[in-house]
Design a protein around this ligand. Sequence first.
Ligand SMILES: [Zn+2]
Ligand SMILES: [Zn+2]
Length: 303
Amino acid sequence: MSNQSMRFKIYGIRGSYPPTAGFPTHFGVNTTCFRFDVGPHVVVLDAGTGIINLGADLLKEAREQNGSQNPWRMFIFFTHLHIDHLMGFPYLPQIYFPQSEIHLISPKIVNYSLADALEMLMSPALFPVTLDELQSTRIYHDFAENRVAYFTEEGVHILPSLNKKGVDKWILKVSAIRNYTHPKGGAYVYKFETPAGNSVVIATDVEGFIGGDQRIINFAKGASILVHDAQYTLPEYAMFQGFGHSTYEMACHVAKEAGVQKLLLFHHDPKHDDAVLSELEAAAQKIFPETYMAAESMEFTLK
Ligand SMILES: [Zn+2]
Ligand SMILES: [Zn+2]
C-alpha cells in the first residue's frame, strides 16, 4: 500500500540563475528541480542546479541502502531546454557511474531535441567531458502533449494519450500540455498523478493572462498542489512583459479558478531576497490563502 503514495520533494526554486548577490536565504538558491518518489522509482522534473543536491542525496541513499527507490535509475522529464533548467546536468554525479541508468524524457523545443541541447552543453568548447565519454547508460524518450507516461512497478510506458487501453496497475501517471507563452518554443506544464487521483501540477516558465490562463486552469483542475511561476513583482512585470514569466496575481488567479488545494509560488527571481519573497507571499495569501513560497527541501506525501 505504501507503494501507492507519492513523495514530492523540492530541490530547486530559482529562475534564471542562482542568486549571486550573496544574501542569506532560507528559500534556497538552486534553479528548477523536483523529485517524485513512487514505488521503486525516482522521477525528476528538470535538471537545474537543484539536481546536483538530488544526485548527492541518491548517492547517500545508495551508500546507506536506506531508500525504497532504486538509487541507480532515474527518470528525468524536461519542461523545456533553457539553460536554467539544464545547467545542473553536467554536474549530476550519476552520469559518471557505469551502474547508472538514466531515462531522459523531453519534448522537442523548436527543432532541438534534448540530446541536441545536452550535446551543445557538453561540447568541448563549453565543458571538459562530452556526452559520449560518460560511463552511464542514457536512454532518450520523446514526450509531447499527446502522450502519457504510465509508471508501473517495473518501469515506464509512454503511450499516445488517445490510447485508452492504458496500462494495468499503474502507480504514477505523467502528462503535459504545451504552454505557448514562453519565448522561442514554449515550455511544457506537467501533471504528476497518483491512482487515487491526487496530483502535483508544475507550471514553470509560463506568463499569465488577465483572468487566468484557461488552458492551465483546465489542466490543473482540482490539483492537490499547483507549483506556478511567479518570478516578477507587478512593476517588474511591466518591464519584462513577454519574457514568459508571471506575477503572483496571475498564479493566484489560476489556483483559484482551478480550485487547487495548495499553491506554491516559484521560479523566484535571483534578485529577490527573503524579505521580498515573504512580502510577496503575504500579498498572495490575501488572494488565495493556501499560497506559500516554494522553498528547497519542502516535502509532501500524497496518497
Ligand atoms: Zn526558467
Ligand atoms: Zn525558460
